[in-house]
Design a protein around this ligand. Structure first.
Ligand code: MN
Ligand code: MN
Ligand code: MN
Length: 277
């Protein structure tokens, strides 16, 4: 029995289709998976069907980008009704903003000296959602960065030549959509923003004030010490714990599905709350 409640497919910036993802995690001992693609519900039906074939309990999920104090936070919604009209309207607005940003990014990345950027990005994205990771991969393919992380640091981050700011929905709005659709809002990868401890706690306090009730404790990139720190935050605010590898593909350098540390025993799992506990 192993849970992985944060993962991506080709519906956004993952490398595997939803069905391939379910097969992949099944082979690695994952028995409960949430597919949480960036600002899309598009992969969920395929993932659920694959879950029935492989005996994996697939939970509906999404990872929404949210604006907070001129920064971007990632809020995972778990157990959402993917037919809910309010959630779908919110997701459609996020997708429109992704398209707007991508059009601006095509110009910036072309200015780096890369050709046919629009067509090449379209070919990579297919029917899924366009993300900055797609642009980063193109920059790597052109030999202008060694890895996706380097492409972000050198070209796509704030202050760099191919940075384009996105105007996401507010933290309050995305948590409201998730809750209206019957889901639980989870503060994703709390050590993934480059925050100091004080900023992390400010962001968590804003998340709780907006109706968020869970936080990721065990992730593919956290140390034991970081997990202990965030567990203390979870206890202080009465948050449930979640765990997820943030799997994007077999080529990633962080922990793959099926290898996460279990949650501390005294912290309620978000899964219990999903079950109505
Ligand atoms: Mn991603
Ligand atoms: Mn994220
Ligand atoms: Mn993610």
């Amino acid at each position: 029995m192993s849970d992985d409640l944060h993962s991506h497919s080709t519906a956004s910036d993952g490398r595997l289709s939803p069905a391939e993802l379910v097969a992949y995690v099944h082979q690695r001992g994952v028995t409960r998976l949430a597919l949480t693609d960036h600002d899309t519900l598009g992969g969920l039906a395929e993932a659920r069907a694959a879950g029935r074939r492989y005996g994996v309990d697939v939970i509906n999920g999404i990872e929404l980008s949210a604006g907070w104090r001129s920064r971007t936070l990632h809020i995972v919604g778990l157990g959402i009704d993917d037919t809910h009209a309010g959630l779908r309207a919110g997701v459609a607005a996020q997708q429109a903003e992704r398209e707007r940003r991508a059009a601006a990014l095509v110009e910036r990345v072309t200015a780096l000296g890369i050709t046919d950027v629009g067509q090449r990005i379209d070919a990579m994205v297919g029917t899924g959602q366009v993300t900055r990771a797609h642009f980063a991969r193109l920059i790597v393919a052109e030999g202008k960065a060694h890895r996706v992380a380097d492409a972000f640091k050198r070209y796509l981050a704030p202050g760099r030549p191919a940075h384009v700011r996105a105007e996401w929905a507010t933290l309050e709005a995305v948590i409201t959509w998730i809750r209206a659709a019957g889901g639980i809002a989870v503060f994703a990868h709390p050590f993934g923003y480059g925050f100091t401890g004080a900023w992390r706690r400010r962001a968590l306090a804003a998340f709780v004030a907006a109706g968020g009730t869970a936080v990721e404790i065990s992730t593919g990139t956290t140390s034991v010490q970081q997990e202990q720190q965030i567990a203390r935050d979870a206890r202080e605010w009465g948050l449930a714990g979640s765990l997820g590898s943030d799997f994007h593909g077999p080529d990633q350098f962080w922990l793959p599905p099926g290898r996460l540390r279990p949650l501390p025993e005294d912290i309620p799992s978000v899964v219990e709350r999903l079950a109505g506990g």
